[in-house]
Design a protein around this ligand. Structure first.
Ligand code: ADP
Ligand code: MG
Length: 693
């Protein structure tokens, strides 16, 4: 970076902190907001609480002491209409004294507040000096960009650096979008879009700029989303061409017999999704489908129908889930059907050891075992199938991209069905699963009731437990969930035991049991089956029950320290109740202090029971970067686009990308050469996405 004018060794290090290590990084390091300096206000016009930019002369400045330890640097500024104070609580005195020497002209902006003793003041304003030789056209009389900066690197230097980069290297930003596309959307050239996104032309609207809606900004947002979608379209197209799998015959005898065994009729949504799956399975091209269905929407039956279809076609099928408890439960649920249908099913988890494991593996290899249910143990080396025709992954958000790919490699291009109960906003789905077909299981089985969700603080703990007691007296059952965070596992476990002791003492007439990840498989299975048989009324647990557990008679869930859970997790947990025909309750027990985000999460839970609404809220609260843990989920880090703000551009970019790949699947058209180059470069920067592609 040091070859940029104005960047020496010291600044290069600071820029690196901001991850600016190349010309391209700088070009795309867009301002996160703008400041209108076309109009300065007079000091007398400043209104408390309203952002202003003022200019004036330093009347006096210096360090003030408030009490024994607290220091404040105060600058009194004057213009012809009055005075105002600027204050800093963190400062370097020598530097500040020099910067704000008496008589110095400055521009400063911020939100004024009223101080009872000294009048109008601005705490930590953004400031610029103005002096004869220092008047820079980047700073005054314009809408100026505001960048994220770091300690030691001032906003003003940042502006100069970016300006220098633009002046000297902009010609390197070649156009790569095809002409016809540019014309269709009336896009400005790439270099112009970059310039204007940093230094807006005269007459730009501050509002549009801050909302990222100027033509220049839109073009850059489009570009980024377009490249991602192009990569996804390319991958999807290639998968269809190269991988020849097995076409199945669907709706065979076995399936007909299975449907007759079901104690209920399928919901409309289940039928619709099954229809989509069957259509996929009838093709040689391997299915690559995601089912999104809220907790309790009945994904298991859909999965089982697909698993059985594979078996009906003489191949094996596998169901992979993230936890042992869930694997065990699926196995226990599915086995009775298999027994009646005369199908061999086996459970494979890390608990399977020794001789038993050996026999299981042999049966899987020989093809004797037709359906295998398991955890990620299924993708270990020693597991080999005779012929794996279909793999289903349940609760896929708990798996990484690599594990998803690994199960597919256990067969010769098997069909792949992926299920998730964590609904994700559409913008994220298009980015994350843009190369998959998506089915929505958007209907709950009939008779489900809304789960009343309430928040309690410590002082109303008895009230919450009282609601539980009432339900227990009516023959219902309850979950009490305690957090268990890995870093503080032993403390958390102790806290959970305390809760358990409290419950045993308080409710001697009911049987309570505690379940957690450290229990042996047999103990856990035993507790779960006793809970299912209603021999246990209260199940105290750490979050191991989070996914998939299905006990329709359980109508109360108390979540201890609800403020410590993530929103997706809370929604998952809540999905454990409200599964039968009785009214259900989710009681959130929170303990002070609750962070602002924590409060937002509690509110979201109380306001909605719809997974999609909750997912949107989650995205808003956390921001896309943090949503689901970027690395694992493979969300590429977006530099410019924002999945919350830019959904419309995303849809457009997606349509364009898929159309382009359809018309020119391997970029053989010479007019797509620059695009091909840009895509490779772009993917080079996004190693994570590349893994998948
Ligand atoms: P999830 O989508 O969360 O995995 P499950 O597959 O565990 O949901 O189903 C939740 C509950 O709903 C189970 O008890 C299941 O037997 C029941 N169920 C599934 N489909 C139907 C249906 N069509 N009618 C009635 N109950 C159903
Ligand atoms: Mg499930």
């Amino acid at each position: 970076m040091q070859f940029i004018k104005g960047v020496g060794p010291r600044k290069a290090i600071l820029l690196e902190k901001l991850r600016l290590t190349s010309i391209e990084d700088c070009l795309y390091f867009l301002p996160f907001r703008f400041e209108d300096r076309t109009q300065f206000k007079k000091i007398s016009q400043a209104i408390p609480g309203e952002y202003v930019t003022l200019t004036g002369e330093v009347l006096n400045s210096g360090t003030m002491f408030m009490g024994r330890r607290k220091r404040v640097f105060e600058v009194i500024v004057q213009d012809e209409t009055g005075i105002i104070r600027a204050k800093w609580f963190r400062f370097n005195e020598t530097y500040m004294k020099e910067k704000f020497a008496t008589g110095q002209k400055i521009i400063f902006s911020g939100k004024p507040t009223i101080n009872k003793r000294s009048g109008l003041e601005i705490i930590h304003p953004d400031t610029e000096q103005v002096s004869g030789k220092n008047v820079s056209s980047l700073e005054i009389g314009k809408i100026v960009p505001v960048y994220h900066v770091t300690d030691g690197l001032h906003l003003k230097s940042m502006r100069t650096i970016i300006k220098n980069v633009l002046d000297k290297y902009l010609h390197l930003a070649e156009e790569f979008l095809p002409d016809d596309l540019i014309q269709r959307h009336n896009f400005m050239p790439r270099s112009e879009a970059l310039t204007q996104s940093h230094f807006p032309p005269e007459g730009s609207s501050l509002e549009e700029l801050d909302a990222f809606k100027t033509p220049a900004q839109r073009r850059l947002v489009f570009e980024e989303l377009f490249l991602i979608q192009l990569a996804l379209a390319f991958r999807k197209n290639r998968a269809g061409e190269e991988h020849i799998g097995t076409a199945f015959k669907t709706r065979g005898e076995l399936i007909k017999r299975f449907v007759k065994l079901l104690p209920f009729t399928l919901t409309g949504a289940q039928k619709k999704v099954l229809g989509e799956i069957m259509k996929d399975l009838e093709k040689e091209k391997p299915m690559n489908r995601l089912i999104q269905g809220d907790v309790g929407s009945g994904k298991t039956i859909v999965a089982l129908t697909a698993l059985l279809t594979a078996v009906d076609n003489g191949t094996q099928s596998a169901l992979m889930v993230p936890t042992e408890i869930l694997a065990e439960q699926h196995y226990l649920n599915i086995r009775p059907f298999c027994e009646k249908l005369g199908i061999e099913i086996k459970l494979v988890t890390s608990a399977l050891k020794g001789k038993e494991r050996k026999i299981h593996l042999e049966d899987i290899l020989s093809g004797k075992t037709q359906i295998v249910v398991g955890t990620h143990s299924l993708i270990q080396k020693d597991i080999q199938f005779k012929k794996l025709g279909l793999a289903v992954i349940d609760e896929q958000h708990r798996f990484g991209v690599m594990q998803r790919e690994a199960i597919g490699k256990k067969g010769d291009h098997p069909h792949l069905l992926i299920m998730t109960a964590t609904p994700i906003p559409r913008s994220l789905a298009l980015t994350l699963y843009g190369d998959m077909d998506v089915s929505l299981l958007d209907e709950l089985p009939p008779g489900r009731q809304e789960i009343a969700t309430n928040l309690f603080f410590e002082n109303r703990r008895e009230k919450a437990y009282g609601i539980m007691e009432k339900q227990l007296q009516q023959g219902r059952q309850a979950f009490v969930v305690c957090p268990l965070i890995e870093e503080s596992e032993s403390i958390d476990l102790k806290a959970a035991v305390t809760v358990f002791d409290f419950i045993q003492e308080q409710y001697p007439n009911f049987t309570a049991c505690m379940i957690h990840g450290k229990l042996k498989k047999e103990e856990r299975q035993d507790i779960m089956s006793r809970f299912l048989k209603k021999e246990i009324q209260i199940l105290v647990s750490t979050t191991v029950i989070e996914v998939g557990i299905d006990v329709p008679n359980a109508t109360v869930m108390i979540i201890e320290h609800a403020e410590r859970f993530g929103l997706a997790q809370l929604h998952q947990l809540r999905g454990r109740v409200g599964r039968g025909s009785h009214a259900s309750y989710c009681l959130l027990m929170a303990y002070h202090p609750v962070s602002e985000e924590g409060q937002a999460r509690m509110k979201a839970m109380q306001n909605s029971g719809d997974g999609f609404v909750i997912a949107e809220e989650d995205l808003k609260i956390r921001g896309p970067g943090d949503f689901m843990g970027t690395r694992q989920s493979g969300i590429p880090l977006l530099k410019i686009a924002n999945l919350l703000r830019d959904i419309q551009v995303l849809e457009t970019a997606r349509n364009e990308a898929f159309q382009l790949i359809e018309s020119d699947p391997d970029f053989s058209d010479p007019k797509h050469q620059p695009l091909n180059k840009a895509l490779k470069r772009f993917l080079g920067n996004y190693m994570e996405l590349m893994d998948v592609i």
